[in-house]
Write a protein that binds this ligand. Structure first.
Ligand code: GLU
Length: 327
C-alpha cells in the first residue's frame, strides 16, 4: 500500500517535471516582496504587516508572498528600495519629497532619486518630543544642554528634530548632547535615566510612546513652539495634534500641539505593474478591514490616501485608481 503510494507520487512528480519543469505551477509563479518598515514598536512595522496580511490572503490569485522587515526607518527604506534590496517601504511624506527632488540639506542633496514611485499615503505622523519631568523640560527650548535622542541616521525623524530645534535657535551639534539611537531603544533609555528626552516622528497611538509614558520615571510631551516658522519654510509640514487620551499616564492634561507629516507607501519604477496593482487594489477594496488593523488608521479616507504624494504615482497603482474612479 505504502509502496504503491510512493510510486504514485513519483509518477505525478515525474509527469509534472516533464510538463513544466517544476512540480506545481503556484510555486513557480510566486513573487516575493519585502516591505521596509521601522522599529518594531513604531507604527510602520504593523503597517507593513497590515498591508502584507491583506495581500497574502490572495496568494493563490496573485502568487505574491509579502513579508516585512524592521529597519532604521524612512531614509533607510528609500535607499534600500533604490538599490533593489527592498521592493516597498513606508516613508515619511517629507522624505519622499526630498528624495524625489534631491532637496538641499537632505541625504539626497543634488541626487534626485528618479526611480522612486508613490503608491498611497497612510496614517498621519506627528513630531513628538517626549521628556522626563524631573529634567525640567516643558518646551523644546528647554532642551539646551540636555541629553536628547534626535534619531538614528536612516530614520525619518532625525531631520524633523533638527528642523524643530533650528526654529527655536538650537544647534543640535553645539547646544545639546545629541544621541543618534534607534527609536525602538528610546523608551527604555528614557526610563533608565540615560537620556533626558527623545524625538519621534510617529503615528499615534504607538507602543514606543506607551512604553515611555508608562514607566516609573514620570514623563511628559514637551511642547514644540515656533511651528509657524516651520510651516512657512517647508512645504511638506502641516499642523498636528497628539490626542492625550492615547497616553493616560503622561503628565500632560491637554492634547499636544505640534507639526506633522504623513506615512506613505512607496516603491521603485522597476517593480512590475501587476504587483503594485494587486497591492493597491487589495488595500483599497478591503479598506474597512484594513482600517481596523491599527488604531492610527481611524482617520483614513480613500481620498486622503491619495494626498501627500510627491513622487510620480506608480503606473500599477494608477491603473487601479483610474478603474476605481479615484483619479
Ligand atoms: N517616522 C519614522 C521614520 O521614518 C518611523 C515611525 C514608525 O516606525 O512608525 O523613521
Amino acid at each position: 500500500m505504502k509502496k504503491a503510494l510512493i510510486i504514485g507520487i513519483a509518477i505525478v512528480f515525474g509527469f509534472a517535471l516533464f510538463m513544466g519543469g517544476t512540480p506545481t505551477t503556484a510555486q513557480a509563479k510566486t513573487t516575493f516582496i519585502t516591505v521596509g518598515t521601522g522599529g518594531i514598536t513604531g507604527v510602520y512595522y504593523p503597517t507593513g504587516g497590515a498591508i502584507c496580511k491583506i495581500v497574502n490572503k490572495k496568494r493563490k490569485e496573485y502568487g505574491i508572498r509579502c513579508t516585512v522587515e524592521s529597519t532604521g526607518g524612512s531614509v533607510f527604506n528609500v535607499n534600500a528600495i533604490m538599490s533593489g534590496d527592498l521592493e516597498f517601504g513606508v516613508v515619511q511624506s517629507d522624505r519622499q519629497f526630498q528624495a524625489i527632488n534631491g532637496s538641499e540639506k537632505s541625504e539626497w542633496a543634488g541626487k534626485p532619486q528618479k526611480d522612486l514611485r508613490a503608491v498611497f499615503s497612510i496614517h498621519p505622523e506627528s513630531i513628538t518630543l517626549v521628556a522626563a519631568v524631573e529634567a525640567g523640560i516643558k518646551s523644546i527650548a528647554d532642551l539646551k544642554g540636555k541629553k536628547v535622542n534626535i534619531g538614528n541616521p536612516g530614520s525619518g525623524q532625525r531631520q524633523n528634530s533638527i528642523d524643530a530645534l533650528e526654529a527655536v535657535g538650537i544647534d543640535y551639534k553645539k547646544d545639546l548632547k545629541a544621541e543618534g539611537i534607534k527609536a525602538s531603544e528610546s523608551a527604555s533609555l528614557l526610563q533608565d535615566g540615560r537620556i533626558d528626552a527623545f524625538f519621534y516622528t510617529v503615528g499615534h497611538p504607538n507602543g514606543s510612546i506607551k512604553e515611555a509614558t508608562s514607566g516609573k520615571r514620570k514623563v511628559r510631551f514637551a511642547s514644540i513652539t515656533d511651528v509657524d516658522k516651520l510651516l512657512a519654510k517647508y512645504p511638506y509640514y502641516a499642523p498636528a495634534v497628539i490626542p492625550i487620551s492615547f497616553y493616560p499616564n503622561a503628565a500632560n492634561k491637554e492634547d499636544v500641539k505640534t507639526f506633522g507629516v504623513k506615512a506613505t507607501f512607496v516603491t521603485s519604477a522597476k517593480v512590475p505593474d501587476d504587483v503594485v496593482y494587486a497591492i493597491t487594489k487589495e488595500v483599497f477594496e478591503n479598506f474597512e478591514d484594513f482600517k481596523k488593523l491599527h488604531p492610527a488608521y481611524q482617520v483614513l479616507t480613500k481620498k486622503g490616501m491619495l494626498e501627500g504624494l510627491s513622487a510620480p504615482i506608480h503606473p500599477g497603482a494608477m491603473k487601479y485608481y483610474k478603474e476605481a474612479g479615484l483619479k
